[in-house]
Design a protein. Structure first.
Length: 119
């Protein structure tokens, strides 16, 4: 089975609708989120936060097997992109996923992977 059509034929109405929507939106921010999560270490961090709810930087460094500085660097990037948020408690900084949208994104991505790998 080929991965492309055998003849060239388009649904003009559907294509125009989608093209108009694509021109309106700036996908740069969305693409940056996926680029950040495409790094295995940062996805492990996001998944860990999804599972634990909240972790301090030291906990994250142990989970990903890195220095505190490296974990902090990854967490800072995720925070800049709106994937995580932080709060300070005394001398510790705790991170969690920013909101339920991010929780759902991590959950759905992992569930999709599990379903595909089970087949």
């Amino acid at each position: 089975m080929s991965d492309s059509c055998e003849v060239f034929c388009t649904d003009i109405e559907n294509v125009s609708k989608v093209q108009n929507e694509i021109e309106v939106y700036n996908f740069g921010g969305v693409v940056e989120i996926f680029k950040a999560l495409s790094d295995p270490t940062r996805f492990k961090i996001a998944y860990s936060l999804y599972k634990a709810g909240e972790l301090c930087v030291c906990d994250v460094s142990v989970i990903i097997g890195s220095s505190v500085a490296t974990a902090s660097h990854h967490l800072r990037l995720l925070k800049t992109l709106g994937i995580t948020k932080s709060r300070k408690e005394g001398k510790l900084i705790y991170y969690s996923l920013d909101d339920d949208h991010v929780n759902q994104l991590i959950k759905v991505a992992f569930e999709h992977y599990q379903e595909k790998s089970a087949k």
